[in-house]
Write a protein that binds this ligand. Structure first.
Ligand code: GLN
Length: 316
């Protein structure tokens, strides 16, 4: 397996030249686009990795998967989806134009910024408590109490995050968020700045792939239905306005982040973490996409495949 992972990195590293490291958050622009890593965890807890799999980077939008989970745990499905839709969209990740259309009642889905600001606002706790609850969950899932957020990236985004601020003001105007705007954004910017590596992402992936059970301990953190819901929304919305083509070409429920991470979930089988900071025009890791496409083909991982061994076996 590790041979395959290193080969996929080699085969796809040429894509770096067609991508660009994010620079709208100034602290992200110094990332090295040639650092590429991957890690896969299976349900037995075995880890397979390649390249720069232990390079730390900020989780960014991959955190939206966990804020959705927490919001549903705290407020229930109905409480969440009266304030955010679950529809795929052609909007870019930080768009606000549909929100301001006369019929645009709520954010299209929880995987774009507007939807994620709503889900973060719905996590129990006020001010710092929200973020602490978020960090605690990440530490629990990864079984790593040393996970922290990157202060430089957090401050950099806080100082330049005017578009997210504009989104939050529209949300408040529409009564989709209720608390203080800066408090909610603070929690959102901090959750985006949490530092992870590919191993951590693989653990988050296997957590969802295995019915919301903590890897290795098997402890259930929440109802596995919440995991099914999150995985479905990742499938249709996780790669922003590229989610359709990504589903057809890769077929692995995934969520990307603007610092170059991609989280992949193969239900019942694998959690995957990929890193490569050069992004395509949608804000998804360009090398990460190439690697996941290759991996899916080689191992037959698309959830839409009809002949995946064991997947459709049932007792009649
Ligand atoms: N923190 C980033 C933002 O809000 C997250 C975006 C992303 O990763 N696509 O702009």
């Amino acid at each position: 397996m590790e041979k395959l992972l290193n080969r996929l990195i080699k085969e796809n590293e040429y894509l770096v030249q067609y991508g660009k490291v994010a620079d709208y958050i100034p602290a992200l622009k110094n990332a090295n686009p040639n650092e590429i890593g991957i890690c896969i965890m299976d349900v037995e807890g075995n880890l397979y990795s390649g390249g720069d799999y232990n390079k730390k980077f900020t989780i960014q939008s991959i955190s939206k998967v966990l804020s959705l989970m927490l919001a549903v745990m705290d407020k229930g499905e109905e409480g969440v989806f009266k304030k955010v839709d679950m529809e795929p969209t052609d909007e870019s990740f930080n768009s606000l134009y549909k929100l301001d259309l006369p019929y645009g009642e709520k954010p299209s889905n929880p995987m774009i910024n507007s939807g994620a600001i709503v889900t973060t606002s719905l996590i129990d706790g006020r001010g710092e408590e929200k973020f602490n609850r978020f960090l605690e969950i990440v530490r629990k899932i990864t079984q790593d109490d040393n996970i922290i957020y990157n202060k430089e990236v957090y401050i950099s985004e806080k100082e330049t995050g005017d578009k997210n601020r504009a989104i939050a003001h529209i949300l408040k105007n529409k009564k989709l968020i209720e608390e203080d705007i800066e408090d909610i954004l603070d929690a959102y910017f901090k959750q985006c700045s949490i530092e992870v590596d590919c191993i951590d992402l693989a653990k988050i992936g296997i957590f969802f792939a295995n019915g919301c059970k903590i890897p290795n301990t098997g402890e259930a953190l929440c109802d596995e239905e919440i995991g099914t819901l999150v995985t479905a929304i990742m499938t249709t919305c996780g790669m922003y306005d590229f989610s359709g083509e990504y589903a057809a070409k890769v077929g692995i429920p995934s969520k990307s982040g603007v610092s170059g991470g991609i989280l992949g979930i193969v239900p019942g089988r694998f959690g995957i973490g990929v890193y490569g900071p050069a992004l395509d025009k949608h804000g998804n890791s360009i090398v990460g996409y190439g690697i996941l496409k290759g991996l899916s083909k080689e191992l037959g991982l698309s959830i839409f495949k009809s002949n995946t061994e064991g997947r459709f076996s049932c007792v009649i």
